[in-house]
Structures are given as C-alpha cells and as structure tokens.
Design a protein around this ligand. Structure first.
Ligand code: HAM
Length: 447
C-alpha cells in the first residue's frame, strides 16, 4: 500500500542505526570540543528574518534564494535558521557576557537542524544537520589572534584523524578586511566587466552589488565558474598578510596539510581574513563537509562591543558518510559544567602568557597536548605586558600561569608560576604536559 504521506522533498527520516550514527558523531564532537574549552549553546530554530539578512547578507544565495521565510500570526517576519552563527552571535551579545569580560575568550558549540531551500541532490537537503563552534575573543578590543584560527583548524584535523575519517583535504584562504578588500574587488570588477555577457544574470548584477558573491555562483554555465579571478591573497593589507602568514606557519609547524585556494570566499558575507573548508572526493559533487572562517565585525554589527571571532560548522549528513568510528572521549572535569557561568576556570587549568610569534609557534603543540590531556588552557592578549597578564590570570583564579618570554624561548623552557604560592619553576617545553599532570595530581582540592 502506498503510504498516504511522504517526507517533504529535501527532507529525510533517519531511523535506528542512521539516527544513532549522527548522535554518536555529535556526542564525540561535543566532548572533543569541551576539551578545547567550548561550552554548549542552544538557540532557537527560527529568528527574525532581518537577523539573517543583516549578518549573512541579502545578496547571498542563502538569504536571497534559500531562506524559509514566514510570518507568524501577528505578522512578524521570521525565518527558519539556514545556519547557526547568526543566532549564536545574537544570543551571546544579548547575554551581556562580552561586557563583563576583558581579554578573555568565550567558546561555544552547538548542533541541530538548519534549513535552506536549495535544489535537493545527494548530500544536499532542505533540512540538514550541522555541528558548529564559535570562538569569541580576545574581548575588550584586542586584535584577533592567529593562534585561535590555527587551533580551530587543528582541532578539526585531529578529530578527523582520530576518528579515522576517509581521505580529505583542507583548503585555506584569506579574504582580507574592509581595509584591503576594496582593492581586490576593484581588480575583480575590472577583470570581469569584460565578461558581463558570459556571466549569469545574477552574477552580472552582483558584480556591481556584492562582487565577492560572484565567486560562489552555483550555475555551471556562468563565466564565474571557469573564469580566473585575481587572487585575494595578492591584495591583503599588512595586518591581514601577517595574520595569514602566522596561521599558515602554525599549521605547517603542527603538520596540518592544506592548500591555499584564492577562490575560497565562502557563501556568507560576514567573513573577514581566514576562510577554510574541509573537502572529500568521496562525497561527489557536494564535497565540502565542513566550512568556516573568521568574522571579526559581526559581533559589533549585531550590537555588541567590537570582538574578533572565528567558527566552523560541519554538515553532519555529509560527515556521517566519511566517519564511521568517531573517537570516544571521556568527559573531562569541565565537559559538562559551564565553567564560565561560575566566572572561574576549572581547577585543572593554566593561563599561557607569551609575547612573540616565535613563542606562539613553540607553544602551540604543548597547548594542544595539554587540552587533549584534559587540562583547560587559555590565553589572553599577547600584546599586553607581563604584569598585566599575570594580574589577569590571578584575578580569574587560574592556579598556574605559563610564561614564555625571550629568555625562556632561548632556553626551550617555560616559566611555570604557581599563582597561589607565588613560586616559579623553569620546565622544558618537552616535559610541560607531564609536569603539569603531576602537579595537578598532587594538588589538594581547593577549599
Ligand atoms: P556553510 O559552509 O554554509 O557554513 O555550511 C557548513 C556545512 O554545512 C557545509 O560544509 C556542508 O557540509 C553543510 N551544508 C550546507 N548546506 C547544506 C545542505 N543544503 N545540505 C546538507 N549539508 C549542507 C556555515 O553554515 C557557517 N555558519 C559556518 C561557520 C560557523 N562559519 C563561522 N562559524
């Protein structure tokens, strides 16, 4: 007998093992991200339509063509969320957390259904699931840290490897900032105005209205799909260039393989500087299973204080085809507790203090190992002098500060300061994780 009702086009049912598979991935990723200091956040599935237009951009396909818009009974203009970032930023700005913190990071992870009215095909649905993370900080107007970009990318790469993911590749780009992007846009317009007739009608309009968007056109016949654009990397200003070089050098130093793809502008307007995508040839046409980037202006655009931010989201429907064995992580001390709500870090935590790019590179592997070993590690703004950073670590109740200045760097060691005893020891980088593990094991719980 033919069933009376079918799932709506572009949606699907996950029953038994299929649903369990997605749950397993979400569970594993949640615990993994908790180790990296991320806390859960849940936001509504529908929001004011204007939130998406403002943040994702009215000229993007996601808003222009794919948004599920509706009016409620009182005539309010609402929309089903097409992605998670806009809602998370709105929620965190509204919570006021940015106004209470200075030189701190706030990190959140989420999962749930997203909705885009796109043409359904294998791996592309109108309702699909994402797991995403957003990292805000340093708060208080400090510049963005390349460290945060590299950590987020490395966090994904390590999880994919530990979860025995099918072969994948990482694409990386920088799309600059409002200061240097106009130079790129001018070059693109100058080069492509000659091809107006070969562009699809949407791109012909967008070349003037929102030129970056011509680079993510989905129409096979459009000139934008095969025309060679100028490189975004060639027009970066000094600040964006330095940031990008730091990100690539941290990734190379931690053996994360990537290729630079100057076409990777991503389909959302909020991005600045770093953009990245994880792709796999095993997925067919819809090869991108995780994408993200930096969005340093969105918090301010949505009414919060200027705060740099970076995030990514994985398409779980796609990821589930690549990962059959998600890594199992024990819940850490802070995996299920919201430590920021307590306004203090967990007991097993350290605050890193460093000042230079060289220190940044030397520290990176130790920080990742520490986090994976269940020690919460955080940092402030390397631009601040030692005294200020130390005072901050003390005020925030970190039991240890790890200091890497020029002398420590030359000696290949870190100064480990016991903040409660006001004592300091020098510990070689290579032994840092073990040393801290021993210290925490011996430490009586604080009364
Ligand atoms: P996005 O690239 O639009 O980024 O989506 C992230 C992932 O969601 C994609 O890589 C893909 O795997 C999956 N996805 C997107 N559309 C569909 C679809 N129609 N069907 C199945 N899977 C799909 C974002 O959404 C950003 N919010 C990511 C981000 C977070 N950037 C900063 N923070």
């Amino acid at each position: 007998m033919k069933p009376r009702y079918q799932a709506v086009r572009g949606t699907r049912d996950l029953i038994g093992a299929e649903a369990a598979k997605l749950d397993g991935i979400i569970h594993s990723l949640s615990r993994w991200c908790a180790r990296f200091g991320y806390e859960p956040i849940q936001t509504p599935i529908f929001e004011e339509e204007a939130l998406f237009t403002r943040s994702i951009g009215g000229e993007t396909d996601i808003v222009h063509k794919e948004l599920y818009r509706f009016e409620d009974r009182k005539g309010r203009k609402l929309a089903l969320r097409p992605e998670g970032t806009a809602g998370v930023v709105r929620a965190v700005v509204a919570s006021g957390v940015f106004n209470q913190s200075f030189c701190q990071h706030h990190r959140y992870y989420y999962s749930g259904p997203m909705f885009r009215y796109d043409r359904p095909q294998a791996g592309r649905y109108r309702q699909f699931s994402q797991f995403g993370v957003e990292c805000f900080g340093p708060t208080g107007g400090a510049p963005p840290l390349a460290f945060d970009d590299a950590e987020q990318i490395l966090m994904v790469d390590r999880w994919l490897r530990e979860s025995k993911c099918s072969p994948y590749a990482l694409k990386l780009n920088s799309i600059g900032c409002p200061e240097c992007r106009p130079a790129f846009v001018a070059q693109l317009q100058a080069a492509w105005r000659d091809h107006l007739a070969e562009l699809c009608p949407d791109c012909a309009r967008r070349l003037e209205a929102n030129p970056l968007r011509v680079l993510d056109c989905k129409s096979e016949k459009c000139y934008s799909r095969h025309g060679e654009p100028p490189s975004t990397l060639a027009t970066l200003c000094a600040g964006c260039r330095e940031h990008h070089d730091r990100v690539t050098s941290l990734l190379t130093g931690s053996k994360v393989a990537f290729t630079e793809d100057p076409r990777l502008v991503r389909g959302l307007d909020y991005y600045t500087r770093t953009t990245f995508e994880f792709v796999s040839g095993e997925l067919g046409a819809q090869s991108a299973f995780l994408g993200g980037g930096r969005y340093d202006n969105l918090v301010e655009d949505l009414g919060g204080p200027a705060t740099p931010a970076i995030g990514w989201a994985a398409g779980l429907d796609r990821l589930a085809n690549l990962v059959t064995d998600p890594v199992i992580i024990e819940p850490g001390e802070y995996a299920t507790v919201s430590w920021s709500a307590l306004l203090r870090p967990p007991e097993r935590s350290v605050f890193f203090i460093f000042f230079s790019t060289a220190a940044e590179g030397a520290l990176f592997p130790a920080i990742i190992d520490l986090k994976l070993a269940g020690v919460f590690a955080n940092w402030g703004s390397p631009g601040e002098p030692l005294k200020k950073q130390l005072a901050r670590a003390g005020k925030q109740n970190y039991p240890y500060a790890i200091i890497i200045g020029d002398d420590e760097l030359a000696a290949g060691a870190a100064g480990v300061r016991d903040m409660r005893q006001s004592t300091q020891e020098t510990v070689p980088f290579a032994g840092l994780v073990e040393y801290l593990q021993r210290k925490f094991a011996a430490r009586p719980p604080e009364s």
